[in-house]
Design a protein around this ligand. Structure first.
Ligand SMILES: [Zn+2]
Length: 462
């Protein structure tokens, strides 16, 4: 939930006048691309200015069936800004030339130096500079908390059979859509600061006096996020996964209790989710405390941001804190491993994470998961719909109602068949991207005889 004011976004120069959500593909092509991307990123964090300078080399394969001449970058920080006063600016250094921007400057086309035939690789290099604004967004900073850099790094947009996806930023939910890639990131920052990130830290160095250089790697992640601050870290192990809790809380017994309880609860959740859906698939999970964040939590690959204070382990708030953390951990499977287009089909990540974490916060009427919501609210609704309707349609209808619809499916299938079905769903789409039509097909294929699939889909507005 991002309650920023609606911005009148002035378009200047080559900024497209209309938001182009999709650039049509030349011909129908079932394959997603560009794929098998490798990001090599060098970052420098300027703590006093809340700015990040970076360079990025992105190499990728044309995994589609046709020759391509351009790729698109997503520049999500500009979702909170305007084309006139962008939060991130990018310069293409080699491998291509900057083309037009689109989607209110959250997308930039790059014309490749050479056309790229199917199966071939190319690389572009770019430099960028960005400013993390004051505010409790997942790209922002608040007093007493770390700088949160969610969706901060330029990343390749996805092209599929319908075209290149340039969905707009979502004020209420998420809009990112990307393919699993490998990441090698080095980060220079002032001594005394540290970072929680996607992936794991692989080394440290000292590029100059007063500066530290941290190196990170993630072999299969669909994005790379960071949180930077004077972070205290405490860790535990869950099977082969190291869970780290990183916070900026004051010392004291309440903080110590919170650290213990967050790690214990996260460990239980992660092991239970692995039991249900298979391996977490990465060596580390970072849980980052922030004093306040809109919607109270945000998930990214191998890192989550969760709102907590040192009283969050108290009797009044622990239940909410534990449920929030469990919800964000569930997203590691339902968005992180089984990816989706979060703007077009938020059902596949939000409803699933709510169901998995056992947190339908509103009462369900069995067989009528969206009872009480206008008929326009559907589990197939996009963030384009939810961004322009009451927030309860999103949190109550999609999160709660969507979780209830999955509960109805479990009840119709029977728990054993349903649990195997969901495990198979994760196995089939692990590290890939899933769609609602594929989910509907999977329901049809797995439904027991006598289960009225069409009746279920109608009642669930799927
Ligand atoms: Zn969620």
């Amino acid at each position: 939930m991002r309650r920023i004011p609606t911005l009148a976004i002035p378009c200047a120069g080559i900024c497209l006048v209309l938001v182009a959500a999709l650039v049509p593909a030349a011909e129908a092509d079932q394959k997603l691309g560009p794929g098998h991307a490798r990001y090599e990123v060098a970052l420098r964090w300027h703590a006093s200015r809340w700015t990040l300078d970076g360079s990025e080399r992105i190499s990728f394969e044309n995994t589609r069936s046709h020759t391509i001449r351009a790729v698109w970058l997503r520049l999500w920080p500009n979702g909170q800004a305007s084309c006139r006063r962008p939060l991130i600016t990018v310069e293409i250094v080699s491998g291509g030339q900057a083309g037009p921007s689109a989607a209110a400057c959250t997308a930039r086309k790059v014309m490749l130096r050479r056309e790229l035939t199917p199966g071939s690789r190319a690389a572009i290099r770019l430099r960028f500079s960005e400013r993390v604004p004051l505010g409790n967004e997942s790209y922002g900073h608040v007093p007493g908390g770390p700088a949160l850099l969610g969706n901060a790094l330029p990343i390749l947009a996805v092209t599929d059979r319908t075209g290149t996806h340039l969905e707009p930023y979502s004020r209420l939910g998420e809009a990112a859509y990307s393919l699993t890639s490998s990441w090698r990131v080095k980060l220079d920052l002032r001594r005394g600061l540290t970072a929680a990130t996607t992936g794991t830290q692989t080394g440290t160095g000292s590029p100059s006096s007063g500066l530290r250089r941290l190196r990170f790697a993630a072999s299969k992640a669909r994005d790379f996020e960071l949180a930077i601050g004077r972070l205290h870290a405490r860790t535990t192990k869950a099977g082969g996964v190291r869970i780290r809790f990183l916070d900026m809380l004051p010392r004291g017994s309440a903080t110590s209790k919170l650290r213990r309880e967050v790690l214990a609860s996260a460990r239980t959740t992660l092991l239970a989710d692995e039991q249900r859906f298979g391996p977490y698939g990465a060596p580390e999970l970072d849980i980052v405390q922030t004093p306040t964040i809109d919607a109270a939590g945000m998930e990214y690959p191998e890192i989550v941001f969760v709102e907590m204070t040192d009283s969050s382990a108290g009797a009044d708030s622990w239940r909410k804190t534990a449920a929030l953390t469990a919800h964000e951990i569930a997203h590691q499977w339902f968005y992180g491993l089984v990816g989706d287009n979060q703007w077009r089909e938020p059902f596949l990540d939000e409803s699933f994470a709510t169901f998995v974490s056992g947190f339908p916060s509103h009462p369900c009427k069995p067989g009528h998961p969206l009872a009480g919501y206008p008929t326009s609210v559907r589990l197939t609704s996009t963030m384009g719909f939810f961004d322009h309707h009451p927030s309860d349609d999103y949190y109550g209808g999609l999160y709660g109602g969507g979780a209830c619809a999955l509960r109805d499916l479990r009840s119709g299938f029977g728990p054993v068949r349903f649990d195997a079905f969901l495990r198979h769903w994760v196995d089939t789409h692990r590290y890939g991207v899933a769609t609602i039509p594929e989910f509907v097909s999977a329901i049809r294929a797995a439904a027991p005889s006598g289960f009225d699939v069409d009746g279920y889909l109608r009642a669930s507005r799927l």
